[in-house]
Design a protein around this ligand. Structure first.
Ligand SMILES: Nc1ncnc2c1ncn2[C@@H]1O[C@H](COP(=O)(O)OP(=O)(O)OP(=O)(O)O)[C@@H](O)[C@H]1O
Ligand SMILES: [Mg+2]
Length: 272
């Protein structure tokens, strides 16, 4: 029997999204637990990025509901997502290469100096540097000594951790990482996953999109499989094996998908 589930930070239910004749999301439902890493896997075109875009306020769904902390919410734009504590690191990272580490961590959210309660036109650089250092310390990032370097000279792994630091600084309730290590080598990937482990330990929920099942098994608590625009199965990573996850991804072995939701470690919502 399934153990008592940790509280959900975010629940999406029955999300539909069409692009003309293409059904990107066809009733996708997912619950993301606090302090856990949920991996979102599935074949190309299964709807993973579309679901993430709905949760991050990039796409508005045609139908379906979203609850954050148990309350129904609308997420009409990325700013609204961030205000709800949902931070997404997209694959292209949205960093500005010619700006330094501190400027990127505070991009679009710069802290101005104040004088006698008035906002000054110049920035409070000291405060921003200190907060950047604190965010990187929380991730145990020690390879970034010089915060004044433009990020374009940094490695892919370092850039990825800066994008994560930006979310950590803003006290994310849910951090979404879309293929964070797709372009990284072994050592840099490890650096990113160490950061993910710290974030998880701090109580933040992580939704991790990845095609790399070895990484998924090493880093996640739950594995949600998307197929044909829906979350078709959810596995508890500790008791799942790679073969059954692959079967769920490609849609094989449907007979074993007939278990009722919640009846065991693997749940199915794909109709018989
Ligand atoms: N902006 C868009 N306009 C039209 N169709 C789209 C758009 N975004 C996604 N789609 C379609 O929706 C479906 C789901 O795409 P999505 O990008 O969500 O898949 P994915 O699971 O992220 O795949 P991948 O693993 O390849 O990144 C695809 O058929 C895709 O072509
Ligand atoms: Mg995608």
């Amino acid at each position: 029997m399934a153990a008592a589930s940790p509280p959900a930070v975010l629940q999406v239910s029955g999300i539909e999204k069409r692009f003309g004749g293409v059904v990107a999301l066809n009733g996708a439902s997912l619950s993301i637990a606090a302090g856990k890493v949920t991996a979102l896997v599935g074949d190309n075109g299964a709807g993973k990025s579309s679901l993430v875009r709905v949760i991050s306020g990039v796409f508005s769904p045609d139908s379906g509901t979203i609850h954050v902390g148990g309350k129904p919410v609308a997420i009409p734009n990325p700013r609204a997502a961030r205000a709800l504590g949902i931070h997404t690191v997209f694959q292209d990272l949205a960093l500005v290469g010619c700006l330094d580490v501190v400027q990127n961590v505070f991009l679009g959210d710069e802290v101005h100096a104040r004088f006698g309660g008035l906002r000054m036109p110049w920035l409070n650089r000291g405060h921003m540097e200190q907060a950047t250092r604190e965010a990187l310390d929380r991730l145990h990032v020690s390879t970034l000594q010089d915060l004044l370097q433009p990020v374009e000279v940094l490695s892919g792994g370092q850039r990825q951790t800066i994008a994560i630091a930006r979310a950590v600084r803003q006290d994310a309730r849910l951090l979404i990482l879309d293929e964070p290590t797709a372009a990284l080598g072994v050592k840099q990937s490890r650096q990113v996953f160490e950061a993910v482990a710290r974030i998880r330990a701090s109580g933040t929920a992580v939704l991790l999109i990845s095609h790399n099942l070895r990484e998924v098994f090493a880093a996640s608590d739950y594995i949600a499989v998307m197929r044909l625009g829906r979350v078709s199965r959810i596995f508890e990573t500790a008791t799942a094996n790679e073969e059954e996850v692959v079967s769920a991804i490609v849609g094989a072995n449907r007979r074993s998908e007939s278990e009722m939701p919640g009846s065991g470690t693997a749940r199915s919502v794909e109709g018989g």
